[in-house]
Ligand binder design. Sequence first.
Ligand code: NAD
Ligand code: LMR
Length: 339
Amino acid sequence: LPQYLKPVLSVAQQGAKRLSTSARCNHKVAVLGASGGIGQPLSLLLKDSPLITELSLYDIVNTPGVAADISHINTAAKVKGYTGPDELKDSVKGAQLVIIPAGVPRKPGMTRDDLFDTNASIVRDLTKAIAEVAPKAIIAIISNPVNSTVPIASEVLKKAGVYDPKRVFGVTTLDVVRANTFIAEAKGLDPQKVNVPVIGGHSGVTIIPLISQSKPAVSFPEDKLKALTTRIQEAGTEVVKAKAGTGSATLSMAYAGARFGISVLRALNGEQGIIECTFVKSDVCETKYFATPCVLGKNGLEKNLGISKLSEYEKKLLDAAIPELKKNIQKGEDFANRK
Ligand code: NAD
Ligand code: LMR
């Protein structure tokens, strides 16, 4: 196997091996936005997971080609492509997990909030279909601005009378993946053995890396700590600039999305102790949604592990994040509830 695939694969395979013989391994997963920069490599990584028996690839374009291509990989998951709104409901029907990377990415100079006008209605419409035909599915939202798209999806599900806050997740795993990488680089550690929780939201100042809670424990002089924090907060922009107008993070996001999706499936299968940081409906602080480490279980979110003890510096980061988060959340709710 190529080296780059091993971490995700080993996570999936270890998860599968640890299952009891009676555990269910027959999960249908749908990827909405499957032909995109994230959707394609994400679907590739999911196709490799022994936890998935059916992989449903939906997009408004190009899904026949993507599905034909991925379906030739000799793993168990049956792949089917669905194209356009007429095929949307069939693509999600019966899915236990729906992952949504549909929508436009940033170009240099844009904020994630600048994507709202296009992506808000995409997420709203996809969620309407899920509410109708797969109301029990766990929904993992990658589409930006995550701080607003998660509230939008939640309001849509509420209106449809099928909202379960334990089943709607904003995918912030990439922030953790980046924090682990940058801290490991700075300390000469194996990045696979570093775990830095990242809380808050998924944009600029709302991204709050908790370097004080890194495992293994690490410490930095103040200037280095600030520089690392800013780099984690601005890592998406670093990629947007480097891609110079051709998009934002896709490959690292696919890796992070596959990690999150596989964690959800392992937990659905009854595996204990699966923890991911994710943006969820929350009462851990004064915003309605907030990302924290969460224990995943058979029904989605099993236990929110909360914020735990922050350093003085991290408390300031939290203070800076709250007003922006509140604004982003309100904007999403207002949009979804507009007549
Ligand atoms: P992309 O343009 O390469 O792909 C998006 C795909 O969505 C395209 O294939 C497009 O056809 C499809 N699409 C558009 N409207 C659709 C609809 N109504 N239904 C289904 N599919 C539809 O973009 P990308 O680089 O894959 O990024 C996708 C989204 O993910 C962007 O909003 C981006 O900002 C976001 N993103 C989030 C994170 C995160 O950490 N949460 C990280 C990276 C990117
Ligand atoms: C990221 O963090 O890479 C994504 O949210 C995409 C972006 O626009 O930065």
